[in-house]
Design a protein around this ligand. Structure first.
Ligand code: NDP
Length: 485
């Protein structure tokens, strides 16, 4: 295992300056793969959030407001370019913070973060609004204006990717922002602040306040009366707390929340393709992706074949050092999360399940929060392991007999984020995709994303949609102007 050779301290970024907390408070940042200290992080609370919000509000009426669209596009493109230039450094920091394989950070997380800026900078030019004329009496036209100061609250699983997925459209639409990164993964947000400054983003447009969520920096951001909107990605339970708190100042909310996503595999699908993709949808990023398919339903006639091949392939996955290019599964994010995920493996046994593969710490890895990719069978729809989000490399596989039966099981959840359906029957593909209660349904694939398309969850997996115009709709107000002719 590579030891930690990088240490980095993370300060807040407020009004264009890196600053410590007002009272000097910090917390330690830990590398989950080695349990070594990576550095210290400024611990912000209500006073730092207030400074950041004030800076963001001032910046709304500064050069950011009067800048031409072309200048804004240039800055956003430059941010994307600088992320690409610093790809290796950012990928390294992301893997140190999260424990994920560095090839994954370097080939997906960081390039996609740069692309978020390039994509939304291009999108600025495509935004049009409507005009309507009422006889010869009045002309109405709509213009888009920024919402104002937006709070961006992010989880630890895809730190830079998910942050930029919010930040790029928020800036493209002319807002100013205060970011609260996950306390477990503060490093790439700190470097991003530097990148934004170097790209020419005016002071105060982007602010980062590190710290904890509940009763601290996150809560203060949600409660602040001068924050107009909160875009939040995280757990459904946290979303409920934030909604209650945001109600006091009636903030606009965008929510990307938890999931318990089904993969529905019919016997007529191409099993080799299914297995190849299911390996990724189950275990990529240690299963710590909101879109991972953790409930796998297989038509009974293909069940045995599927299990045999899936288990054999899973046992081949190399778990370990995030910086070894052969590693497929890195470390879970923290001790607390490791305990939570493994508690579900114990629960699966209590609920009558069988561990077909994995279920324990890999041999020889005594430090770090490593867990073998785990396949569980023998559970039924009422088991907690089948119902609750685990957010780790743990999947359940359940056989089914009919389309009606599987649909009933698939929809028997309060989550509705994503699903994938595997079949070569065209009519069934459309039928089943239409019936599944999820914001995104993939057919014969997984994780394929076009950034123009709506992204978001149904039921308790989210509110609103991100992507292309949908993001602009959240990050701007549509104002109607009526002129009497
Ligand atoms: P959490 O909900 O625990 O935390 C998310 C963020 O919210 C963190 O920055 C956290 O701060 C902050 N936070 C926590 N409590 C509050 C509060 N009361 N007020 C304001 N902010 C708060 O989620 P995780 O970080 O554990 O992320 C995993 C979850 O995210 C999973 O449920 C996963 O499904 C979901 N997710 C959803 C995605 C989607 O697109 N639908 C994408 C990725 C993840 P701190 O870290 O300091 O506690």
């Amino acid at each position: 295992m590579q030891t930690t050779t990088v240490t980095m301290d993370c300060l807040h970024f407020i009004d264009g300056q890196f600053v410590p907390s007002l009272n000097g408070t910090t917390f330690d940042n830990i590398n989950p793969a080695t349990e070594e200290k990576l550095g210290i992080v400024a611990e912000g609370g209500a006073p730092e959030v207030d400074l950041a919000v004030k800076a963001a509000r001032r910046a709304l009426s500064g050069p950011w407001k009067t800048m031409t669209a072309n200048d804004r596009i240039t800055i956003l493109r430059r941010i994307g370019d600088l992320i690409i230039q610093r790809n290796d450094e950012l990928a390294r920091l992301e893997s140190l913070d999260t424990g994920k394989p560095s090839w994954l950070s370097g080939s997906i997380d960081i390039p996609r973060s740069a692309y978020n800026f390039h994509f939304f900078s291009d999108y600025i030019r495509t935004i049009t609004t409507e005009a309507t004329q009422m006889d010869n009496v009045a002309l109405n036209y709509a213009i888009r204006v920024p919402v104002g100061v937006v709070g961006l609250i992010n989880p630890w699983n895809l730190p830079l990717l998910l942050l930029t997925w919010k930040l790029a459209p928020a800036l493209a639409a002319g807002n100013t922002v205060v970011i609260k990164p996950a306390e477990l993964t503060p490093m790439t947000a700190t470097v991003l602040a530097e990148i934004c400054r170097d790209a020419g983003l005016p002071n105060g447009v982007l602010n980062v306040v590190h710290g904890f969520g509940p009763d601290s920096a996150g809560a203060a951001l949600v409660e602040h009366p001068d924050v107009n909107a909160i875009s939040f990605t995280g757990e459904t339970t946290t979303g409920k707390v934030i909604m209650a708190s945001a109600a006091k100042t009636l903030k606009r909310l965008s929510y990307e929340l938890g999931g318990k996503n089904p993969n529905v595999i019919f016997a007529d699908s191409n099993l080799d393709e299914v297995i190849e993709t299911t390996m990724k949808s189950s275990f990529i990023n240690q299963g710590e992706v909101c879109l991972c398919g953790s409930r796998i339903y297989v038509e009974r006639s293909a069940y045995e074949d599927f299990i045999n091949k899936f288990v054999a392939k899973t046992k081949e996955l190399i778990v370990g050092d995030p910086f070894d290019p052969k590693t497929k599964v890195g470390s879970l994010i923290s001790q607390e999360h490791y305990e939570r995920v493994t508690s579900y493996i114990s629960l699966a046994l209590e609920e009558g399940g069988t561990i077909e593969s994995g279920g324990k710490r890999p041999e020889g890895l005594n430090k770090g929060y490593f867990l073998e990719p785990t396949i569980i069978t023998g559970l039924t729809r009422d088991c907690r392991v089948v119902k609750e989000e685990i957010f780790g490399p743990v999947v359940t596989v359940i056989p089914f007999d009919t389309e009606e039966e599987v649909l009933e099981q698939v929809n028997d959840t309060h989550y509705g984020l994503s699903a994938s359906v595997w079949t070569n029957d065209l009519r069934r593909a459309h039928r089943v995709a239409a019936e599944i209660e999820a914001g995104i349904v993939w057919v014969n694939t997984w994780f394929l994303r076009d950034l123009r398309t709506p992204f978001g969850g149904m039921k308790q997996s989210g509110i609103g949609r991100e992507g292309g115009l949908h993001s602009f709709e959240f990050y701007s107000e549509l104002k109607n102007i009526c002129i009497k002719l």
